[in-house]
Design a binder for this molecule. Structure first.
Ligand SMILES: [Mg+2]
Length: 383
């Protein structure tokens, strides 16, 4: 098999560091993103200074306040974080042929075959870290190795603001001494179960035969067996972490008025297409859901050429409604789901000029909507 070069880029304390980047007076202070410490919310992100007090993501805010009364508590600004996330994504796409956005603040890069372009991949990846920091003002940690599992484990070990390269062939010796709780994919309960079996480090898994692990853990046993040996064949996919987008509406009064149902459908299409474009995505599958007044539910899907164009999607959705609404009883809920989502610039050459024009039109509408609220409706485009 060809030698693969996979990098995992993980932003450090992402939300907190974006806030610090925007307001330099926060630098060096314990910053907690989550909201009012007297509310019932939880910590979304904590700066490394805040972590020194034991503050962690997911912890109740009041507890964070107890640990560090002088911490600065900020309300999360998700659209701002998304902007930064997109900016980082764009930078990475410039340098790597395949970039997978695994979450709002982590990315996998497949740099296999880039040796000719960049020379030593290790040196190049390290320089990429500097580029990200220079262009965004944000620190990140990068792991580099032969596959996704190794790269992610390495980036975790490199935190904060670090870089760790695991040379090909050294996967097992890197993983073996690590505490079992550090293995990606292992939660607190699984950690306890493994500890009870005497498995304290990742290397301890290797002592158990595959059949035993499968008997004990089912398919997860296979995962343990493979990953402990640093084996991971999963590919880096040129796509977004978002698997689907959906929106549904339950009516205040059940209805069998087809015009009303179509209006609701147009509203759902508008809403979802707006969100698609916000995240630079196209949908490849449209699923319609109808729930009748007796609670029987029907779903129907169609796969289409990926698009985020309101009119195209509305046309398909209308046909799906026509097909699915077969009973002569009232409807209580209508839902729409987009799945098989694709990054917009991915294979953009496939899309014709006409769609590009339409796209520009809808992007313009999105801008107006952002500024003035949803005052333009799809209805005005439909004849
Ligand atoms: Mg992170």
């Amino acid at each position: 098999m060809k030698k693969r070069w996979i990098a995992h880029v993980d932003m450090d304390a992402f939300f907190a560091n974006v806030e610090i980047e925007r307001d330099s007076s926060l630098k060096g202070k314990p910053v907690v993103v989550g909201g009012n410490p007297n509310s019932r919310g939880v910590v979304c992100s904590a700066s490394y200074e805040a972590r020194k007090y034991g503050i962690r993501s997911g912890m109740p805010l009041f507890k964070a306040k107890e640990l560090c009364p002088s911490a600065i508590f900020l309300k999360p600004r998700f659209s701002l974080y998304r902007e930064y996330s997109e900016k980082i994504h764009k930078i990475l796409k410039k340098y790597a042929p395949v970039v997978e956005k695994a979450s709002i603040d982590e990315y996998y890069l497949d740099l296999t075959g880039c040796e000719k372009l960049y020379g030593d991949i290790c040196t190049f990846t390290l320089s990429l870290k500097k580029i990200i920091s220079r262009k965004t003002g944000l620190p990140c940690s990068i792991g580099l190795g032969s596959n996704k599992f190794i790269a992610k484990t390495a980036s975790k070990r490199a935190k904060p603001d670090g870089f760790l390269y695991i040379p090909h062939g050294e996967e097992i010796s890197f993983l073996s001494p690590l505490p079992i709780g550090e293995m990606i994919g292992i939660g607190k309960n699984m950690e306890r179960r493994l500890q009870e079996m005497g498995i304290k480090t990742i290397g301890d898994i290797i002592k158990f035969p595959l059949s035993f692990l499968i008997n004990s853990f089912g398919r997860f046993g296979e995962y343990l067996w493979e990953k402990a040996r640093g084996i991971d064949f999963e590919e880096v996919k040129n796509c977004s972490y978002r698997k689907s987008l959906s929106h549904e509406m339950t009516f205040t009064k059940d209805s069998e008025d087809k015009n009303f149902l179509r209006k609701i459908l147009a509203h759902l299409v508008e809403n979802l297409c707006f969100r698609l474009r916000e995240e630079n995505l196209r949908t490849g599958t449209i699923t319609l859901k109808i729930r009748y007044s007796d609670f029987k539910t029907v779903t129907i899907s169609r796969t289409i050429e990926p698009t985020n164009c309101d009119t195209k999607i509305y046309k398909v959705a209308k046909e799906l409604l026509e097909k699915a609404y077969t009973r002569r009883i009232r409807v209580r809920l209508l839902g729409l789901k987009f799945s098989k989502l694709l990054e917009e610039n991915f294979s953009s050459s496939l899309f014709q000029d006409k769609e590009k024009k339409e796209n520009a039109l809808f992007k313009g509408i999105d801008l107006i909507r952002k500024k003035f609220g949803n005052i333009i409706h799809l209805g005005s485009f439909l004849s």
